[in-house]
Design a binder for this molecule. Structure first.
Ligand code: DQA
Length: 152
């Protein structure tokens, strides 16, 4: 049986990212979340990896998905969106994943925006952070996890 822990990257997207394309395009661009998913799928297949790409508007659902991914993935890419700046629960769940890289992604650069976006509860657990690069940040996150994978 194929061991998904060596081949799967989970990409988690938080609240309002399902509205990309129509949501503040001057900040987030015109790409939809499906466009970003397709970009990630292309990169994952180039790297010979499987991709599990998800979005939720619910903090608890994201926490459950992070828990369920324990021991099942090569790494986690997370754009927790607004929960980045508020969620101790997501921080605690990510702490489970000390054995694999967690990569924080943002389309915009929160550090150059309103002060309430400057703090991240994800950052202390992140092996890398890509912010302000638009959808390319996701691609870079996948490349980072691939480069750092421990080959069996
Ligand atoms: C975001 C930045 C967050 O501050 C914001 O709440 C988002 C999107 C980004 O991708 O730039 O929803 O994570």
């Amino acid at each position: 049986m194929k061991n998904t822990a060596h081949t799967t990257i989970i990409v988690l997207n938080g609240p309002n990212l399902n509205m990309l394309g129509v949501r503040e395009p001057e900040i987030y661009g015109h790409q939809t979340l499906s466009d970003i998913e397709n970009l990630c799928k292309d990169k994952a297949s180039q790297l010979d990896l499987s991709l599990d790409f998800r979005q939720s508007n619910h903090e608890g659902e994201l926490v459950t998905w992070i828990q369920q991914a324990y021991g099942q993935v090569l790494g986690i890419v997370i754009n927790a969106a607004a929960y980045t700046h508020t969620s101790v629960a997501i921080h605690d769940a990510l702490k489970l994943h000390q054995a694999v890289p967690v990569v924080e992604v943002h389309l915009s650069d929160p550090k150059t925006r309103e002060p309430f976006r400057h703090h991240s509860y994800i950052a202390p657990l992140a092996a890398a952070i890509y912010a302000g690069l638009g959808a390319q940040g996701y691609v870079k996150a996948l490349e980072f996890i691939d480069k750092n994978r421990k080959r069996p």
